[in-house]
Write a protein that binds this ligand. Structure first.
Ligand code: CO
Length: 135
């Protein structure tokens, strides 16, 4: 079940445009995609860095998961996404280790990929996203 890549590292922000402008001026990095993902209540952009990406998340509403995260903890690191070849097998494996899952069934994330979240209590307080078949 070894992930084959860090698909992305995600940060939660209040102002997506301002953050993308900072990424461009500070690192010369620009997004390859930007989309609204209604199911997660976010507008998100993917910025490739080497073999991985930085994902920037802006909430669509204050009562969405990212909106609540910002209210509680402010801007910053939100989750790490591991790319896995078979997400169903990965979920089953994690469950067998006793890891607490937020999603025991996959859902569809940005780019149409199948994703699932693992509760932060499973991994040093860090929210982990599994992404099937990305980067
Ligand atoms: Co993500």
């Amino acid at each position: 079940m070894l992930p084959y890549n860090i698909d992305h590292v995600a940060i939660a922000v209040r102002d997506l445009d301002a953050t993308l402008a900072d990424m461009k001026s500070q690192y010369g990095a620009e997004p390859v995609s930007r989309e609204i993902v209604e199911s997660q209540g976010v507008e998100e952009a993917m910025i490739p860095i080497g073999g991985s990406n930085v994902q920037v998340l802006q909430p669509l509403t204050p009562d969405s998961p990212i909106g609540r995260f910002l209210a509680k903890r402010g801007e910053g690191l939100h989750h790490i996404a591991f790319a896995v070849p078979d997400i169903d097998a990965a979920i089953e494996h994690l469950k067998s280790t006793g890891a607490r899952m937020i999603d025991t069934e996959t859902r569809i994330g940005g780019g149409g990929h199948r994703i699932a979240f693992v509760h932060p209590s499973a991994f040093a307080g860090t929210l982990v996203e599994l992404v099937e078949g990305a980067t």
